[in-house]
Design a protein around this ligand. Structure first.
Ligand SMILES: Nc1ncnc2c1ncn2[C@@H]1O[C@H](COP(=O)(O)OP(=O)(O)OP(=O)(O)O)[C@@H](O)[C@H]1O
Length: 214
């Protein structure tokens, strides 16, 4: 089943970033987007995850074109079905990590998975304020929070940027197991070719086009 379908996307800021880009994501599938710095990878991810409207083109989620959806429906889909793991973590800074996870658990009527916290190596810091944690710890709290709500599509921007190699691989294992177990899908932007190769499909943003690499 198709989770996401993007057709003929074009977008410009001061200059044209890309044009006529199409991409599909099916259940159980992972897609990596690579490309040089400034090629527009994060912008494309923002468009696919409904945060940004493209200049032209269409994004459909679960078979429905989002441009035709009313605001309320789109917000509900965003809240319940999409999981965004971006570099700015969007954690509630005044709260502890546990409180951040509890908010996600309550909103989505899911339970916090203790084993996930152990695997992410945040079980011991869970009572500390978010602001007392390192960047890498905050990133892993934000990953735990996103997975707690059990989204159907994960949008992940440079997930392993400030993690050591062992932790980075563990985080990737967690993402891939999550997709398999929940028949979810993932679109991931990364600079790390090794990590990109763990995905089912790799696309490169180059010369304003999205080219399938493998
Ligand atoms: N909101 C914005 N307003 C104006 N220009 C923007 C905006 N967001 C991004 N840009 C510009 O668009 C270009 C592409 O940015 P983007 O972050 O999508 O690239 P990227 O491929 O993800 O880069 P990196 O790998 O360095 O993160 C950059 O030149 C950036 O300055």
């Amino acid at each position: 089943m198709n989770l996401l379908s993007a057709k003929n996307l074009s977008h410009s800021f001061d200059y044209e970033l890309f044009s006529d880009i199409s991409l599909d994501l099916n259940k159980g599938e992972s897609v990596a987007i690579i490309g040089i710095s400034g090629s527009g990878k994060s912008t494309l991810l923002h468009i696919l995850s409904t945060l940004l409207k493209p200049d032209s083109g269409e994004v459909s989620l679960f078979g429905e074109d989002i441009s035709g959806m009313n605001k309320k429906r789109l917000s509900r889909i965003k809240r319940d079905e999409l999981g965004l793991v971006f570099q700015s973590h969007y954690l509630f800074k005044g709260f502890s990590s546990l409180e951040n996870l509890e908010i996600a658990a309550i909103l989505s009527k899911q339970d916090i998975d203790e084993n996930l916290l152990k695997r992410l190596k945040i079980d011991k810091v869970i009572h500390q304020k978010v602001t007392e944690l390192s960047g890498g710890q905050q990133q892993r709290v934000s990953i735990a929070r996103v997975l707690t709500k059990q989204p159907r599509i994960l949008f992940v921007d440079e997930p392993t940027g400030n993690l050591d190699k062992v932790t980075a691989n563990e985080v990737m294992d967690i993402f891939f197991e999550y997709i398999d177990r929940n028949e979810a899908g993932m679109v991931m932007v990364t600079h790390d070719e090794e990590i990109a190769h763990r995905c089912n499909n790799i696309y490169k943003l180059i010369d304003k086009k999205l080219v399938k690499v493998s």
